[in-house]
Structure formats: structure tokens, C-alpha cells
Write a protein that binds this ligand. Structure first.
Ligand code: PFF
Length: 450
């Protein structure tokens, strides 16, 4: 790819814009919906601890490597990786990292949009006052009836995909920058308000202990694989989204603090979401391992009990939609940027990517009703897409990125691009990327597949 493609998509206004956009990508359904439910399924505290270790040992180092590659390449991940592999004389398969990322992006976007559709439905449910004074039973039935209606789910999935396409077609910079700046702080505020409520529930201590009491017996190989996979999913790593955003980062910004800020905010949101959901679970005798429906069956109870709950609940789900929206855009960006570099208009590129992901999403829509009993490998069609992306493709992408930056790029070129001010921090990071992250990811990966 010729150098004239470099930088053709534009540059973020400042380092802060990158932080906002990357946080917008990282904070999404993964934090508020997925983290609590997989924690519930994997026994609580031991899983949370593994997840935190994975964020530090694999997530943060790989995130730095990915942003660094993006900024150096200044193109879509597919073209960036092709150029980087060539320039650094790495084996040709490293250039395939970008392609694998684009494929996993399609997979993720397809089911992400379906779940985001549920959150759209909950905006309406909340606004209608359906959950005022609701019992756990009412919340459960309401969720069950939503899932059993494939046409409703398809309509919501379509609506969310249209919303996503609308912003991507306008360009990420103008489409998203401003809204994220306003809405992310609002989301934080709502989370704090809900945390205030959950602290007053009788199940708070039990919820806290469930999240933070380490019980090594509960740790299984499967749960470690899920923790690693989730650390990649939640930070949007290993598939090019963060690399694409890195390509639009101002040249002079240092990567160290920037990346740590994004990872910190993302982790904080997940933990707070857990501290909101589990106390409600225990206070109402609900089941922590109830799977993907967990958030949708617990939060309505809280809103139903709060004064002004219908209004606050509506605002909250609007914010969850927005968090999902800003993530969905980043999932599609690598493929769209590639198509634009290939000469398609931004509109056509967006249409093509969103349409394919929408089509694939129908499989996930049906996984919750018509095809619910049709299980293979890891479960339903949706379960398999979720597993293969988060637990196989993203860690694989991550390990290859770490090996590439750690072993095929020279120390000098990496240092010049990273602009980390403290030499000690730089050395720690480089050591992690060369040894610790690849070995840890590889080990967990192989264990998980066996
Ligand atoms: N990080 C997002 C979340 O936690 O909801 C999900 C995600 C976004 C995954 C972007 C992958 C990606 F490229």
C-alpha cells in the first residue's frame, strides 16, 4: 500500500480525544452486561482476580503494542500489518493479523448488535413504567417474553445496526467525538447512583464477598480461559479496533499514561457494574449463574424500587445503548477503513460491512428462541461465536501482536514510537511484551483448547 493512504482517515484532535474514543470502544456491553454474567457463571472472586491479572499481564501490554502499530502504520489494520510485516522483515503470516481481526470484527459485531437490541427494548420497557414495584418474577418473565419473540429481536437488531452504520458513515471523528465527550461522564454518574442504591440492599455484603473473596477451588482452566478472553474483549484488543483508533492518534502523544487511563476506566466500570448487580441478585434470591439475562433481570428490580425509577431506568438504559453504540462503531471501523483505502466510498464501505454483520446476526437472534435447542461444540450458534471470538481469535491476535512488536521491531523504532517518558516503565513494558504476555497468553490458550 502506498504511503499516500497513510493518514487519509484523519487524526484525533488531541490525546484526550483518543482516550475518550478508546474508552468509548472499551466501555460497552462487555463491562455492564458480560462481565457480571461470566463472573456469575465462573464462581465469583477467583474469576475476578484472574481477570484483573489478565488485564495487567496481557491486556495493557498488548494494548500499547496495538496502538503503537496503528500509529506507526497510519492505515487500516489490514494494510498497516501488511506494511509493518514487510518493513520489519517478519514472516508473511504476521501480515494476516489484520485480516483475522477484520473477520473476528464481523463475528463480534453480528452478535453485539443483537444484545444491544435488547438494551434498546429496555429503554422502552423502562419508560413505560413496566417495572414499577416489580418482583424478581416479573423481571424474569418480561425478559423471557422478549427473547422468545424472534421478530422483535430482529427488529431491534436491525435498528441498532442502522444506528451504528449511520455514525460510521459520517466518519468516526464527527460522528462520535462530541457525543462521547458528554455521555461517558453521564454514564459514570448513573453507575455511581445505582451503586448508592445497591449499597443499601441487604445483599450488599454477600455481593461484595462474591466478587472479592478469592476461593482457589473455584478456579478451573475453563474459567481462566474465559478471564483471558474477556480481558481482550473488554479492552477491544486483538482484532484491530484499537489499532485503527491508534492510527488516528496525534504523533507526539506518549502511549504509557494514555493506555493506562483507558484500561483503568474500563476496569472500574466493570467492577462497579458487578457491585451493582450482585447485591441485587442476592437480595432477591436470584441465581448469579443465570447467564446472558443477568443484567436484564436484576437492574429492573432496582429501578422498580427507586423513587423516580422509571425515569432513572430509562436514562440508564439509554446510556447503556450509547456505550454499546460507541463500541460497535469501533468494531466495524477496521473493515470500513480497509474498504475505503481500497477505493470504496465511506458510505458503501459502511453499508457492506454492516449488512454482512446484520445477516450473520440473524443466527444469534434465533439462538435465543427457534434454535435454542440446536447446540454444538460450545452451545448455541451465539455461544460459539462468542467463544471463538473472545476466547480464541482475540487472544491469538494479541499474542501475535505482542510477538511482532517484541521480537520483530527494533528497540529503537519501538521506543521512538511509544514515547514513554520513563525508561524504567518502558523497559518493564518491553519485557512484558517480549516474554510475559506471549507466554501467558500462549499457555492459557493451549490449556483452554486441550
Ligand atoms: N470492548 C467492548 C465491550 O467491552 O463492550 C467490546 C468490543 C469493542 C470488542 C470493540 C471488540 C472491539 F473491537
Amino acid at each position: 500500500m502506498s504511503a499516500d493512504k497513510r493518514g487519509m482517515h484523519g487524526i484525533w484532535g488531541s490525546r484526550w480525544t483518543f482516550i475518550l474514543a478508546a474508552t468509548g470502544s472499551a466501555v460497552g456491553l462487555g463491562n455492564i452486561w458480560k462481565f457480571p454474567y461470566i463472573t456469575g457463571e465462573n464462581g465469583g472472586g477467583a474469576f475476578v482476580l484472574m481477570y484483573l491479572v489478565c488485564i495487567l499481564v496481557a491486556g495493557v501490554p498488548v494494548m500499547m503494542a496495538e496502538v503503537l502499530l496503528g500509529r506507526k502504520g497510519r492505515m487500516s489494520p489490514i494494510h498497516t500489518m501488511q506494511a509493518m510485516a514487510r518493513e520489519n522483515k517478519a514472516p508473511a503470516f504476521f501480515s494476516g493479523i489484520g485480516w483475522m481481526g477484520a473477520v473476528s470484527g464481523f463475528f463480534i459485531l453480528s452478535f453485539y448488535s443483537v444484545i444491544a437490541g435488547w438494551t434498546l427494548a429496555y429503554v422502552g420497557k423502562m419508560a413505560s413504567g413496566e417495572f414499577l414495584g416489580a418482583t424478581a418474577e416479573v423481571a424474569k418473565t418480561s425478559f423471557g417474553s422478549l427473547l422468545s419473540d424472534p421478530w422483535m429481536l430482529l427488529g431491534l437488531h436491525t435498528l441498532f445496526m442502522l444506528m451504528t452504520g449511520f455514525v460510521i458513515a459520517r466518519g468516526v471523528k464527527h460522528g462520535l467525538e462530541d457525543s462521547v465527550r458528554l455521555l461517558m461522564p453521564l454514564l459514570f454518574l448513573m453507575l455511581i447512583l445505582l451503586l448508592g442504591y445497591s449499597i443499601t440492599t441487604p445483599g450488599f455484603t454477600q455481593g461484595w464477598n462474591f466478587l472479592f473473596t478469592f476461593d482457589a477451588d473455584k478456579l478451573t482452566t475453563e474459567s481462566i480461559v474465559v478471564a483471558l478472553g474477556h480481558s481482550f474483549f473488554t479492552l477491544s484488543l486483538g482484532m484491530g479496533a484499537i489499532m485503527a483508533y491508534g492510527a488516528y492518534m496525534p504523533a507526539q502523544a506518549s502511549l504509557g499514561k494514555t493506555i493506562l487511563a483507558v484500561a483503568f476506566l474500563d476496569t472500574l466500570v466493570a467492577l462497579v457494574a458487578g457491585l451493582i448487580i450482585f447485591p441485587i441478585v442476592f437480595s432477591h434470591g436470584l441465581e448469579p449463574a443465570s447467564g446472558p439475562g443477568l443484567m436484564f433481570q436484576t437492574l429492573p428490580i432496582a429501578f422498580g424500587a427507586l423513587p423516580g425509577g422509571a425515569f432513572i431506568g430509562t436514562v440508564f438504559f439509554v446510556l447503556v445503548v450509547i456505550a454499546a453504540w460507541s463500541s460497535a462503531i469501533s468494531i466495524a471501523e477496521p473493515a470500513v477503513a480497509w474498504a475505503v483505502e481500497k477505493g470504496f466510498s465511506r458510505f458503501r464501505a459502511t453499508f457492506g460491512v454492516c449488512f454482512l454483520a446484520w445477516l450473520l446476526g440473524i443466527g444469534s437472534v434465533l439462538s435465543f428462541n427457534q434454535w435454542a435447542e440446536f447446540k454444538f461444540l460450545r452451545g448455541t450458534f451465539f455461544d460459539n461465536l462468542d467463544f471463538i471470538t473472545a476466547n480464541v481469535m482475540m487472544p491469538l491476535g494479541g499474542v501475535l501482536i505482542a510477538i511482532f512488536v517484541g521480537w520483530f521491531m527494533t528497540r529503537e523504532s519501538v521506543a521512538a514510537e511509544a514515547r514513554v517518558k520513563s525508561p524504567v516503565l518502558f523497559n518493564i513494558w518491553r519485557f512484558m511484551v517480549r516474554y510475559i504476555s506471549p507466554i501467558a497468553i500462549f499457555y492459557i490458550f493451549i490449556e483452554g483448547l486441550s
